[in-house]
Design a binder for this molecule. Structure first.
Ligand code: IPE
Ligand code: IPE
Ligand code: MG
Length: 233
């Protein structure tokens, strides 16, 4: 089975660079290059929604040099992805806080979101200046401002107030060896299957993605229920 919504915590670019005696920037460039090939492969496999964690709200703690390099890389990448994916009918969306992103990035985000909004073959969701806490807090603020009655609020309604109303994650992949969520899609991750790998992101190729799929297909997803028939066999 192909998971409907896959999330990737794109991690390990810096360590990849150190191992190769390269700069962190070169590591990010290698990560971005790998992402190009991988995204196409993942959509071709039949995944409908792909969420990529490319910059967290906390990543602003990094040096100005690294943050600026990443922002320039995103501008370049978004322009390329727009050309490539809009032709294939993929809608591109962005999740995250606008402040303190610079105007150049915000303009591209707005432009691409608008131009691809009617595409219906799949969704590519870039989580940029994204934090799971921030998303939940921002949703609560909008709910309060909209004067939503307490009785009206349920899972479905809450999801509509998130940055994007996406299905819950089915498979969450984290490269780079850390066994943590680092504030990624805390609402949407509720019943996701986790796949952690030591492979650093620039080395996470198609075959590695296939391994994640293989592992996903061995899991028994119960969503809190019990498969009694299976138990009795
Ligand atoms: C992930 O790679 C990319 C971003 C967070 C933008 P890192 O930069 O976190 O790489 P490591 O974890 O230092 O190796
Ligand atoms: C998580 O990676 C954020 C992204 C991949 C964009 P980090 O490298 O920032 O996470 P920590 O600091 O190891 O938890
Ligand atoms: Mg990291």
């Amino acid at each position: 089975m192909i998971p409907n919504h896959v999330g990737i915590i794109v991690d390990g670019n810096g360590r990849w660079a150190t191992k190769q005696r390269k700069s962190r920037s070169e590591g990010h460039a290698a990560g971005a290059k790998n992402l190009d090939v991988l995204c196409e492969y993942i959509f071709n496999k039949g995944v409908k929604v792909l969420s990529l964690y490319v910059f967290s709200t906390e990543n602003f703690k990094r040096s100005d040099e690294e943050v600026n390099y990443l922002m320039d890389l995103f501008v370049k990448k978004f322009k390329q992805d727009f050309k490539k994916f809009s032709k294939k009918g993929i809608k591109i969306v962005f999740s995250g806080r606008r402040e303190p992103l610079r105007k150049e990035i915000l303009d591209i985000i707005d432009d691409i979101t608008l131009k691809t909004q009617d595409n219906d073959k799949g969704i590519l969701n870039f989580c940029l200046n994204y934090g799971g806490h921030a998303e939940i807090i921002d949703a609560c603020k909008k709910i309060i401002k909209d004067n939503i009655a307490v009785e009206q609020l349920d899972d479905m309604m809450f999801a509509k107030y998130l940055y994007n109303d996406l299905p819950n994650l089915d498979l969450l992949i984290r490269t780079g060896g850390e066994l943590r969520i680092s504030n990624f899609m805390l609402w949407q991750v509720a019943y996701a299957e986790f796949y952690f790998t030591d492979t650093l992101f620039p080395d996470f190729k198609k075959e590695e993605f296939d391994k994640a799929l293989e592992s996903f297909n061995k899991r028994e997803r119960r969503f809190g229920g019990i498969n009694y028939e299976k138990k009795n066999n």
